[in-house]
Design a protein around this ligand. Structure first.
Ligand SMILES: [Zn+2]
Length: 508
């Protein structure tokens, strides 16, 4: 069985900035919304921070227990300065706002490196200003991973954070309780370390504060298995034999006080099935029952663990899917057919209603699920948080796919997309539009290649997929075929050219 080595996490540091003289019973913290164009978690609410630079290790950090901690503190201080203009360095107390701005300009413009800048102005960092509150590692389901050290830092008096737009969309002071409440009310999307910090700070700046920060294994670098991007929606990534760069499929456990639905338990590997079963057992132990196992579509990386889970649960839990998925599956028995616009209601607290949307394109019987009250769209493999979506005829159909994306785009008030691979998408409409434009751009280039005389799939791929490694060309030929079918259906390419180019490869 495949056991791909996980992509190595990169060192990073983040700062949880506390307001100067904040109320210790209800502290205020500066949180930011990450830039929409960032490759890692765009649009998420988080704390300022980023990847460690090689030069961070050259900085004078007093009282550090070891060079590694010193480099992390240096990186945290640099990121805080670069992203919010807040300079936490000894000796900087006498600098005016204007002087700090000119230092920042020196750093941003590259006139001075971070170590040179501190040295030039006779500044140094002190470990006492940076309270270590944990180290979190991005779970392996993301292609980009970080090993992030978190530091609690008091904002120096007379300094006010100022979001430097680009990496960040916005930022604001909020009490930790209020920030957490915004997440509870579905207004923001956040990852586990952010939520843990807000919950911990929300209980006040008590003497055991650091202890509470460090009280869970995830704060010591053990990746979280249950990821709750939105209340009531647990993402439980399981390792699967899927298409790189994805290595995991996101199984989702949608739950309230009484019931739960399990979507796409896709792993064929016993250890992963076991981990999922333990999570579900825990939730059953808290008084819930599994209402159904639901499949978004037929692909093996989405159904590989269905039978094992069903057996684990005593065989009584029904499996539900679209009729076209049910008809195509041999090894998995589907008990309940879901049709377009069916509403699944979870009774309990809170009541959760999911409307099924038949959204073919990636697969004929593909379903998405829309919780319109909560702004959640479960997108299956139509939109994913890592990698790309393959449209492979005849199961895949480009015309259906683009129609499905347009239907998704027309849904009101979307706040988050939960896809079949990778992290949640916190910028739903931007993402859907990006997907549509990407396909249309490819299609325009394919049309151009055909008009310029490309006479078979291989030639079209060579002209159009110049951004894709030759290893992926066989896959790209399937996508080109899907586009050509759509162009033929719309009369852009005539039947004879289609047949000659595809060599009748199109089976539909
Ligand atoms: Zn799939």
């Amino acid at each position: 069985m495949s056991n791909r080595p996980a992509n190595t996490p990169k060192d990073a540091a983040a700062v949880i900035l506390l307001r100067h003289d904040t109320d210790p019973d209800n502290p205020e913290v500066f949180w930011v919304q990450r830039g929409y164009k960032l490759a890692f978690l765009p649009g998420f609410h988080a704390f300022p921070g980023g990847q460690i630079d090689a030069c961070d290790a050259e900085v004078d950090v007093r009282n550090a227990p070891n060079p590694e901690t010193a480099a992390m503190i240096s990186g945290a201080a640099r990121e805080l300065f670069e992203e919010l203009g807040v300079l936490v360095a000894r000796g900087s107390e006498t600098l005016t706002k204007g002087q700090r701005a000119s230092l920042l300009d020196d750093l941003e413009s590259g006139r001075m490196s971070w170590p040179a800048l501190l040295q030039h102005y006779e500044l140094y960092l002190d470990t006492d200003d940076f309270t270590y509150v944990g180290r979190w590692v991005t779970p392996p389901f993301n292609a980009r991973r970080f090993d992030t050290w978190f530091f609690l830092v008091k904002c120096p008096p007379k300094q006010e954070p100022n979001v430097i737009v680009g990496e960040l969309e916005s930022g604001e002071w909020r009490t930790a309780r209020d920030a957490y409440d915004r997440w509870m009310r579905d207004l923001v999307v956040a990852v586990p370390p952010t939520l843990h910090a807000l919950r911990t700070l929300g209980e006040g700046l008590t003497p055991d504060l650091v202890e509470r920060f460090l009280s869970i294994p995830q704060a010591h670098g053990e990746p979280a298995r249950r990821i709750t991007f939105r209340p009531n929606y647990i993402c439980f990534p399981v390792r699967t034999p899927t298409r790189p760069p994805a290595t995991h499929t996101c199984c989702y456990i949608v739950h309230n006080s009484d019931e739960m639905l399990v979507f796409d338990p896709g792993s064929p590997y016993e250890d992963e099935q076991q981990a999922l079963a333990e999570c579900i057992d825990d939730m059953i132990g808290e008084g819930r029952r599994v209402r159904e196992i639901i499949l978004t579509h037929l692909h093996p990386d989405h159904v590989g663990g269905v039978n094992a889970l069903k057996e684990h649960l005593g065989g009584n839990v029904p499996v539900a899917a679209h009729a076209q998925t049910a008809a195509a599956l041999n090894d998995v028995h589907v008990d309940h057919l879901i049709e377009d616009n069916d509403v699944i209601t979870l009774e309990g607290e809170p009541v959760i209603q999911l409307r099924a949307l038949h959204t073919p394109g990636h697969a004929k019987g593909h379903l998405c699920f829309h919780d319109e009250y909560r702004g959640v769209l479960m997108t299956g493999d139509n939109i994913v948080g890592v990698g790309s979506v393959l449209i492979d005829p005849p199961e895949g159909n480009m015309r259906d796919y683009l129609n499905s994306l347009e239907r998704m785009l027309a849904l009101p008030m979307l706040g988050v997309l939960l896809g079949g691979h990778g992290p949640a998408v916190a910028t739903p409409y931007r993402k859907i539009i990006e997907y549509i434009l990407h396909r249309l751009e490819r299609e325009e280039n394919i049309t151009g290649a055909v008009r310029a005389g490309a006479s078979n799939l291989k030639e079209i791929v060579e002209r159009v997929y110049t951004d894709v490694s030759p290893k992926a060309h066989a896959m790209a030929e399937r996508a080109v075929l899907a586009h050509l079918e759509r162009l033929r259906d719309y009369g852009v390419i005539d039947e004879a050219s289609f047949n000659s180019i595809t060599g009748f490869a199109g089976l539909s």
